[in-house]
Design a protein around this ligand. Structure first.
Ligand SMILES: [Mn+2]
Length: 403
């Protein structure tokens, strides 16, 4: 692969991580020319089309001036994968886009790009979506709710920004895309991106990117952030499973009601205290948050082992020189509790473990025999193998032999 390791200073166009975070992150767009010097896409358009034909991989095709299933002309047409060769054979020479979600989960060389984004918490990263488009191809002017780095991987794309828009901005009705009804380019906010160039966009920024070449591929490094709606519902569900039935509304200080039908201020205050005091539990919030932020994007990616791992055999394999791999798409995070104890969060679960072990597993260091120096490591590794979050690299060895 043709990707040189970059310090954030290069990736961020001369800015330090601290400067980028203070001035741009979640605030305003940043165009970075040559973020990746001499960038060569680790994936070809044909390989992307191949992924879009596989079961279980989320792929969409967006056609401008397309037709729906009844053969009626539509300004925009969205269809969902898996696709087949016939789909690609019927497509015109321009004005369409193929989008494949979470390509980092399937292609190790695309996954490796995520290492360049270590100036942001790993658990904020969502996935790398890859789009291919012939000339004229776009998904229309639109707004996303998430931060994104748009890396031009091959060919050229013309980007235009339309500024921040509100939640209730009008969108074109009746299609499976949120395309803006009105889009106006802001002054000096349009650029032609070439391979290795990257555009950072904060959430809520109207943008429109149109392919200007026959080989336009864009990698969208997307981030995740829970909405208040998702957070409250999910935390309440997590907490609710652990609350005893006896923990409920009480009113031992009840005063005689002025009217038996009235809900008075004191009743509301009691309910408010019950809810807020129950929710305001930092220890439980941490346990929930770590699980929520390491929830895999696609749970079917994780293949649990058929039989429980034999711990003696696991230790022998590592001591024999084997190295465990993190499953592509598996998510790791940790919280240090002090005194060498931590909670390791992996793929929506939380495990109490040694801090050194959590630090190693949630980073990118190899999981080799040295890992066994940490107390309790063999048991934790066995659990992660059983869940499918770790694996032995046998599949890759076979691929190398084929090549
Ligand atoms: Mn977008």
């Amino acid at each position: 692969m043709n990707i040189v390791a970059h310090e954030p200073q290069t990736l961020l166009g001369g800015l330090s991580a601290a400067e980028f975070l203070a001035k741009y992150w979640q605030k305003k767009p940043l165009l970075i020319r040559g973020a990746f010097v001499d960038f060569v896409s680790p994936l070809s358009p044909d390989e992307l089309a191949g992924l879009a034909c596989e079961d279980g991989i989320e792929a969409r095709l967006v056609e401008e001036h397309g037709q729906d299933e009844q053969g009626r002309d539509k300004p925009w047409q969205v269809s969902h994968g898996p696709f087949d060769e016939a789909t690609f054979a019927r497509l015109p020479e321009r004005d369409w886009t193929l989008l494949v979600q979470a390509v980092d989960h399937y292609v190790p060389e695309v996954n490796a790009l995520l290492e360049h984004f270590h100036f942001l918490p790993r658990w904020r990263l969502d996935d790398i979506m890859v789009s291919y488009a012939p000339p004229g191809g776009s998904v229309g002017p639109h707004v996303d709710q998430y931060d994104v780095f748009l890396l031009q991987a091959s060919g050229t794309r013309h980007w235009q920004l339309g500024g921040k828009v509100s939640d209730d901005v009008p969108i074109i009705p009746g299609i499976d895309l949120r395309i803006l009804e009105h889009f106006e380019v802001q002054p000096d906010q349009e650029w032609l991106l070439e391979p290795g160039d990257m555009l950072y966009l904060p959430p809520g920024m109207a943008h429109h990117g149109v392919s200007r070449s026959t080989d336009c591929m864009t990698f969208s490094v997307g981030f995740r952030a829970l909405s208040a709606d998702e957070s409250i519902t999910s935390f309440a569900d997590y907490l609710g499973e652990q609350l005893p039935a006896s923990h409920r509304y009480t009113d031992p200080n009840l005063a005689p009601p002025t009217h038996p039908g009235e809900i008075d201020d004191a009743a509301i205050a009691r309910m408010r205290a019950l809810i807020l005091n129950t929710l305001d539990d930092p220890a439980q919030m941490l346990e929930w948050f770590g699980r929520a932020m390491t929830q895999p994007k696609y749970t079917d990616q994780l293949v649990p082992s058929e039989s429980p791992t034999d711990i003696a055999q696991l230790v022998a394999e590592l001591q024999g020189g084997s190295v465990l791999e993190r499953t592509l798409g598996s998510r790791f995070a940790y919280r240090d509790h002090g005194n060498s104890r931590a909670t390791l969060f992996v793929d929506g679960d939380g495990l109490a473990c040694d801090t050194g072990l959590a630090f190693l597993l949630a980073g990118n260091r190899p999981i080799d025999a040295d890992t066994l120096d940490h107390p309790g490591s063999a048991e934790i590794l066995a659990q992660l193998l059983d869940h499918g979050s770790l694996g032995w690299p046998y599949a890759d060895e076979n691929e190398d032999e084929d090549a």
